[in-house]
Design a protein around this ligand. Structure first.
Ligand SMILES: *[C@@H]1O[C@H](CO)[C@@H](O)[C@H](O)[C@H]1NC(C)=O
Ligand SMILES: *[C@@H]1O[C@H](CO)[C@@H](O)[C@H](O)[C@H]1NC(C)=O
Ligand SMILES: *[C@@H]1O[C@H](CO)[C@@H](O)[C@H](O)[C@H]1NC(C)=O
Ligand SMILES: *[C@@H]1O[C@H](CO)[C@@H](O)[C@H](O)[C@H]1NC(C)=O
Ligand SMILES: *[C@@H]1O[C@H](CO)[C@@H](O)[C@H](O)[C@H]1NC(C)=O
Length: 509
């Protein structure tokens, strides 16, 4: 899943190139510690399919897709990994993937979100995990990736209600109990900072809540001025209670690690005026600090409390105590850069949403209609340096990073190879400069169902032919490049070489 924060980008502008890219461009797997892991990822609704099989009930994302908001596409079949997991794990093993990040569908494991465990769901995730482990591939599991059981949304409004905390813990407990003997890397909620903006302020992603004049849709339910803050508050409480449960009941015998994943744009001031520099720091507080300040320091950033006033819930002493320190690592989702312009005028408005509270204008140099993402590896270095300086250099997994392209373009995805080569080089620079990053996962393993693009864009190492009833997978050039890198061949700076090409597979039928 990618850059939803683009949706709040108000000005699309081309920024002047900032500095020269001095990224490391010649390196090999051996330059990284042996314990560092390289993987790739997907998420349940985007890849599994079998949406109505074996007892799974709909999530809010099924509802969203079926209402036509993902360009008319749905994840009903997606890549059918539910039935093709063996083949997929074999492909992972073939290219030398060291780890696979996937998410569990809550409503597959516990239909309707609460109540008895679905044995078919249990069987599926056990099979997938066993297959990975048998092939020496480390499973990294996300518990929640946008797909709240629709039944819980209907019953009490999902993340808006505090009731969700208890249901989430019970679900997580089932996952730890059933899978924790083989899964050592858990993340709770995926990018709550973007989920809250998109789902509760602008209303463009599920559950599409918002209120006029802030939302982009016809807002019929929701409250953009308060709900983004309430949703994140409940997510943080659910996360922290889950971590507490894991630590008390499982960690000692399962020896695993647990964290949470944030969406991380890299920001720079639009001008070097004092206002834009302060605004940039504020933008980081609103995007990263919203989640990371409670986790690291036990409270929201001061500036958020000032600007949102009583609309941002306050932590009680007891809550603050369980939230603070509730992570073993931080997951990062990084694709894009943006520049930040002060917009303090918005603070004069009587009714403000999250965006107005942040009082910044975000200008990206990428729009949804461009397919490819600009290659700016220093931005990843900047993100990792920010985590180091502001949050005490926590262990980090880069859980998503990758290049987008038009899905039906070509198996010779040179821009993706260039992107990966540059970002892995940037990552190496950051490691050499003291970053505590422990792993890197490309988004995505296959061309999956994308949140807003449906099947029109793709980020995959493998193309999936949707016209073929067998949904055959075809390796792209990027999978060959990644495989060579993982198998120890050096990633030279001279561009692609013979190694990178595989004429037998690089063609569409
Ligand atoms: C915008 O994209 C171009 C490449 O298309 C890049 O050179 C430039 O540095 C980017 N600016 C930022 C702020 O990322
Ligand atoms: C908004 O409401 C109008 C009028 O009811 C309707 O025609 C339109 O389809 C709605 N748009 C969306 C995105 O729901
Ligand atoms: C949103 O909630 C606030 C605080 O409860 C309230 O003052 C405001 O009227 C609500 N807005 C809408 C659109 O319901
Ligand atoms: C290296 O780390 C130091 C300390 O965090 C930081 O000041 C510096 O900007 C970093 N260098 C790069 C190239 O990121
Ligand atoms: C991809 O190409 C195939 C065959 O040309 C076509 O049937 C399919 O609709 C295309 N898919 C997308 C998402 O454009």
């Amino acid at each position: 899943m990618w850059n939803l924060s683009l949706l709040q980008i108000l000005v699309i502008t081309l920024l002047a190139a900032i500095g020269v890219c001095n990224g490391t461009n010649k390196y090999s797997r051996d330059d990284f510690p042996p314990t560092f892991v390289f993987g790739s990822g997907t998420s349940a609704y985007q890849v599994e399919g079998a949406a109505n099989e074996d007892g799974r009930t709909p999530s809010i994302w099924d509802t969203f897709a079926h209402a036509g908001y993902a360009r008319g596409a749905t994840g009903d079949v997606a890549c059918d990994q539910y039935h093709k997991y063996k083949e997929d794990v074999q492909l992972m093993a073939d290219i030398g993937l060291e780890a696979y990040r996937f998410s569990i569908s809550w409503s597959r494991l516990i239909p309707n979100g609460r109540g008895p465990v679905n044995p078919e769901g249990l069987r599926y995730y056990n099979n997938l995990i066993n297959e990975l482990v048998d092939h020496g591939i480390q499973p990294h599991v996300a518990l929640f990736n946008y797909d709240l059981p629709q039944a819980l949304e209907d019953e009490y409004g999902g993340w808006i209600s505090r009731k969700v905390v208890k249901d989430f813990i019970v679900y997580a407990d089932v996952c730890f109990r059933e899978f924790g003997d083989r899964v050592q890397y858990w993340s709770t909620v995926n990018e709550p900072n973007v989920l809250a903006q998109g789902g509760y302020d602008t209303g463009i992603v599920p559950p599409q809540r918002c209120s006029p004049p802030f939302g982009r849709l016809n807002c019929t339910r929701g409250n953009s001025t308060t709900e983004p803050y309430i949703a994140v508050h409940h997510i943080l409480l659910a996360h922290a209670s889950t971590v507490r449960l894991y630590r008390k009941k499982y960690q000692e015998k399962q020896h695993g690690f647990i964290g949470l994943c944030i969406y991380a744009l890299w920001y720079k001031p639009f001008t070097d005026s004092k206002e834009d520099i302060i605004a940039t720091r504020r933008a980081y507080d609103f995007l990263y600090g919203w989640v990371l300040d409670p986790l690291v320091f036990g409270d929201y950033p001061q500036i958020m409390k000032e600007n949102a006033g009583s609309r941002i819930p306050a932590f009680t002493k007891a809550e603050s105590k369980i939230v603070k320190g509730s992570f073993d690592f931080i997951g990062i989702i990084h694709y894009l850069t943006a520049s930040i312009k002060d917009n303090s005028r918005s603070l004069a408005e009587e009714h403000r949403d999250y965006t107005a509270d942040a009082a910044v204008t975000i200008a990206g140099n990428f729009s949804l209609t461009d397919f490819e993402i600009p290659i700016t590896p220093w931005a990843l270095e900047g993100v990792l340096d920010y985590l180091k300086q502001v949050y005490g250099n926590p262990p980090v997994y880069i859980y998503e990073n990758g290049q987008r392209n038009q899905r039906n373009s070509s198996l010779e995805d040179t821009p993706r190879v260039e992107y990966m080569k540059a970002y892995i080089g940037g990552l190496l620079n950051a490691l050499r400069n003291g970053s505590n990053t422990r792993g890197y996962f490309t988004w995505s393993f296959l061309d999956v169902f994308e949140l807003l693009d449906g099947y029109e864009s793709g980020y995959g190492l493998y193309y999936v032919d949707l016209d073929d009833p067998n949904l055959k997978r075809y390796p792209k050039l990027s999978s060959h490049w990644y495989s060579n890198f993982l198998k120890g061949k050096s990633a030279g700076s001279e561009g692609l070489n013979e190694f990178d090409r595989n004429p037998e597979t690089v063609s569409f039928d």
